[in-house]
Every structure is written in C-alpha cells, then in structure tokens.
Ligand binder design. Structure first.
Ligand code: PLP
Length: 426
C-alpha cells in the first residue's frame, strides 16, 4: 500500500463518516489525537448549556427538576448509553465518577462472592491496570480482609484459581491500547466461581461492546473520554439485572432511595438501577454529556458502532504503517497489538529516551497526543499515546501527524530544553 498524502486525502473523501466531524469545534489546524483522554467539544454543547443555565435554572429554578426532567437525567442518559454497551433498557445509570462507581460495584461483587463462595477472598487484576482501579480495590480489600492479587497480563490464566472471588479488568488498557476478550475472561471467571467486573473507560464509544452476550457481571465507564461529555463528565454504571437485588450498594445516599422525597427514616433502596445513585447529580455536567451522546447517535444511520469500529481500525492501521515506514530507525517500539481483535482505538509507541519531550514537541505543533510514564521497576518504558476517535479524526490528520513526528525525530528538535519542562497533567 502506498500511503501518500494523496491516498490519505482520497480515503477521507471516500469515508462515509466524514461529515460527522462537522459536529465538533476543533481549533483550526489542530490534529487532536487525545480523545481517549478528553474528547473534543461538540458544537451543540455551549448553546445547550446556555439554555440550561438561562432557562432551566434561571427561569425554571427548582421546578426544572420536574418540568425539564432534571430528576430523571441519570436514567435518561443511561438509556441512551445502554445500546452502545450491549445493555438493555433500565440497566444503565449515569452518575458520579468511574472511581466511585467502581467502589460501588466492587463492594457488591465482593458481598455476593462472600455469600456464594465464602472461601474465595482474592480480588484478581492486571498489574498494568489503571491506577485508580487498583487503588479502589486496595482499600476495599483492606476493609474486607481480602487479598488483592495483581499479575502480568500474560499470567492472568494461571492466577485465576479457585480462591478468586472477583476478577476486575479494564477492557482496553490505558497504556498499551490492548483489549481483553470480555466473553472469554468473564466465562473463565465464572468457571472458578468468580464474578467479572469490567472497566469500560477506554471502550465505551470506541469499540463494539456486548455486556449481556459476554455475560459480564458489573461494568463502569467514563463520560469524558470517547463519549465527549466534557472535563469531569459523569460516569456510568451497569449491573447484570439479576445482581441488582442481590447485594447492597454501599453509598446509600438519598438519591438511591426508593422514595427520596418521602424523607422517611431508614434506607430502602430503589427497585432498579436507581439504587446506584448516591446524592444530587450535576445537572450542567449531565446536559453536556447528553450533547456528547448526540454526536454518536448521528452515526446510527451511517452504520453506528460497526462503521465507527471499521474506521477506527483503518485509522490505527494507517498510523502504525506510516510510523513504521516513515520513522524507522528512531527507536520507536509499538506497544499496541497488531491483531484487530486485541486492539482498542489508540496506538502507543514507547521510546527509551525523550518520549515526554517528543510529545511536547508535537503538542507545540498542534498535534495533540499524550505521555504516560513507565514504571522502571516493572520494566515498563515511557509511552507516547495517540487516540483515534473515528467521529472526528481523518486519514489526512494521520498522515500529517506522522510527518510532524518524523520531522521532530529527524531534526531532534525534541531535545530543546523547553520540551523537558514537566507539566502537572501529562
Ligand atoms: C480514565 C479512567 C478512569 C477515570 O476515573 P475517574 O474517577 O473518572 O477519574 C478510571 N479507570 C480507567 C481505566 C480510566 O481509563
């Protein structure tokens, strides 16, 4: 394949999803490859927030909980997310953060495991999981007298033994972009009597999901990455319907009560997923997430997630091929699987030297990727991450991003001292 600029421009012209990009406000000239960290701003969001502030809040005031459906928003948004997860009606609510929702579902899974298999008090996860997931698991294990067992991905099978009560995995790894087979590992967990808890932070809106067919037990995910809900957007939570009544969600705030406005003493959980709510939700943040979801819904007549996935794989294939041919000899090591069924919607390259500075040099050229430090104790190298959101990234963007990367490496411009200054958020 001859991947010239011209070829990439032709791929954009033939891309049936090309028009979806117009839904977003992307700064002119910017190539945004960080939608796996913070999605871009949908054009509709500012006007929508303005209306919520001026009309619903400014004029409607407290009445808007009823008249503008503020109270129902966690469920309304959950219904809109459910089809993208392969979940059914009434099975998803939008609330709180991924970390907090993980705390809720892990507590429930551990309580269920304690009832069904009291001897199985190990929570198994991947050592390279996203730190917040492991931090939350660590505290819960300490509270409940469980053991947290973190292993290398390649060793997961041999550590999934009959002492494991809960298997907790992030479906697409935040560093490498490699993807677990959800159905396979949920089944493997069940085979030893364990429950399977999935974090979909890098999956929702990025890859096709089928929680029900995969027989997952619980799932949580993020609103501000591929779902374009804005910085700090509310997260979502899903539970296998039979599990909802089985265990108590531990954060028993009034929004999860069966009758929050009866103000009765004594907690009584709501019948369905409502019990996963805790306190008042940010109405403004939920309104912005609604605009993010609308950008996905516009893809439905064009093939929805199947078409988005096809384009995402074509984008990541193109990027990998161009980097490997254009930047050969510069010490870039591909950390993302080549196999399509093992790849999410990002591509990571490690480099033993200057990975942070290379990313900074690219950002100065308006090519936005990001950097994740490796843990030398685990033999991890520093990683440059590039996310490819098929809703708004095109093939010409990919070509131009690689041309900049080649330039930065060939000219060694990344060595300039200004690119070594460490930011708080990388
Ligand atoms: C982004 C991400 C989170 C974020 O958690 P917050 O509570 O929203 O800050 C959690 N887990 C994974 C795997 C992530 O990628």
């Amino acid at each position: 394949m001859n991947l010239s600029l011209n070829t990439c421009q032709q791929m954009d012209q033939q891309d049936p999803l090309r028009g979806l990009r117009e839904q977003f406000q992307i700064p002119p000239g910017m190539i945004y490859l960080d939608g796996n960290s913070l999605g871009v701003l949908p054009r509709a969001t500012a006007d929508r927030l303005q209306a919520v502030v001026q009309q619903e809040w400014g004029v409607g005031l407290i009445r808007s909980y009823n008249t503008a459906q503020w109270f129902e928003q966690p469920h309304i948004l959950g219904e809109r997310i459910a089809p993208w997860l392969g979940a059914g009606a009434g099975e998803v609510v939008v609330t709180d953060t991924t970390s907090v929702n993980l705390f809720k579902v892990l507590s429930m899974a551990m309580a269920m495991a304690a009832q069904d298999h009291p001897g199985q008090r190990v929570l198994l996860s991947e050592r390279g999981n996203f730190p917040t997931d492991l931090y939350m698991a660590e505290s819960l294990c300490a509270q409940h007298g469980w053991q947290l067992r973190c292993v290398e991905a390649a060793q997961l099978a041999q550590h999934l033994t009959t002492d494991v009560g809960v298997l907790m995995l992030t479906h697409v790894n935040y560093r490498t972009g490699s993807m677990w087979d959800m159905a396979h590992w949920s089944e493997a967990a069940h085979a030893v009597g364990a429950l399977a808890v999935w974090d979909l932070a890098h999956s929702a809106g990025a890859v096709p999901l089928n929680l029900k067919a995969a027989q997952a037990d619980f799932a949580v995910g993020c609103g501000y990455k591929y779902l374009n809900g804005g910085p700090g957007a509310p997260a979502f939570v899903w539970a296998q319907p039979e599990h909802v009544q089985r265990a108590q969600q531990p954060l028993t705030g009034w929004w999860g009560h069966a009758r929050p406005f009866a103000f009765t003493p004594g907690y009584e959980p709501a019948a369905g997923m409502g019990r996963f709510l805790c306190g008042s939700q940010s109405v403004l943040a939920m309104a912005a997430l609604g605009c993010g979801l609308a950008t996905f819904e516009r893809s439905l007549p064009l093939g929805g997630m199947v078409a988005l996935r096809q384009k995402s794989l074509a984008l990541t294939d193109t990027f990998i091929e161009l980097v490997q041919t254009q930047c050969a000899g510069h010490g870039l090591v591909l950390e993302t699987p080549l196999a399509h069924d093992k790849r999410g919607s990002q591509v990571s390259f490690s480099r033993s030297e200057g990975a942070y500075a290379v990313v900074q040099a690219l950002i100065e050229r308006d090519v936005i990727g990001d950097f994740r430090a490796g843990d030398p104790a685990l033999g991890e190298a520093d990683i440059m991450r590039f996310g490819f959101t098929p809703l708004y990234v095109g093939f010409e963007d990919v070509w131009r991003a690689v041309a900049h990367l080649k330039d930065v490496l060939d000219a060694q411009s990344w060595r300039d001292a200004r690119f070594a200054v460490q930011n708080k958020v990388t």
